[in-house]
Ligand binder design. Structure first.
Ligand code: ADP
Ligand code: MG
Length: 204
């Protein structure tokens, strides 16, 4: 279970502080909903460790993680800017998510190829990010996050802008991850995304 316990965060004195208090059972998806500028990305950044709370705790399986560095947390994030390494090809971008030293076994290499094929990117492994469309980059970033298989997956408006066919493939993949026990926090103002993926809600 992922728990945000009386978490308080403030960017500066001019904006009132946010207070977050919710939990997500393992294998469930909680949707953070609210209009643009309401703090959805902020809460994901707090869980990921890119922002530090002023007070309160974040726990994973009852262990506090809010003082851990981002890379020590059991968390993977897909942010809107889908940050790919521009000088590395698609296969390497995904492979580095699975193993930072790119030491991939046959099973993991096959999982990357199968994932590319499933998301309509068969044969894209050797391409450079600069050669991809926005939607293709988004699929690579999402695939990289899914294949990392961290226990907690943070998704920031993950399917915005993708066509209906691609969205439905990705919904199926994300639902399979949930069935496997992956815990998700979804920041989304998209009703369809929330309806298909979310088990519970936090309103901002
Ligand atoms: P959402 O994801 O719901 O659109 P955000 O979490 O990105 O909302 O932002 C919430 C609010 O915090 C916005 O009003 C935004 O302007 C403000 N904000 C975001 N980042 C910063 C920052 N680095 N410094 C100060 N204010 C910020
Ligand atoms: Mg946002």
């Amino acid at each position: 279970m992922l728990e945000l316990e009386n978490l308080v965060f403030q960017y500066g004195r001019s904006i009132p502080p946010w207070r977050f208090h919710f939990s997500v059972e393992a294998g469930q998806c909680l949707a953070i909903q609210g209009p643009s500028g309401s703090g959805k990305s902020t809460v994901l950044n707090l869980i990921a460790g890119f922002l530090a709370p002023d007070s309160g705790r974040i726990l994973w399986q009852r262990t506090p993680i809010h003082q851990q560095k981002p890379w020590q947390r059991p968390v993977t994030s897909v942010f809107q800017e889908h940050n790919l390494f521009e000088h590395l090809d698609v296969f390497t971008n995904i492979g580095l998510g699975i193993h930072p030293g790119l030491k991939l076994d046959q099973h993991q290499r096959k999982a990357i190829d199968a994932g590319l094929e499933r998301t309509g990117l068969a044969g894209f492994g050797p391409r450079m990010p600069g050669e991809l469309s926005g939607g293709q980059r988004q699929r690579v970033a999402l695939l990289r996050a899914i294949l990392r298989r961290q226990p907690v997956l943070l998704l920031d408006e993950p399917l915005t802008g993708l066509d209906a066919d691609t969205r439905h493939i990705l919904y199926a993949m994300l639902l399979e991850e949930k069935a496997r026990g992956i815990t998700m926090v979804l920041a989304s103002h998209d009703e369809e995304e929330r309806r298909i993926l979310a088990d519970s809600y936090w309103n901002l």
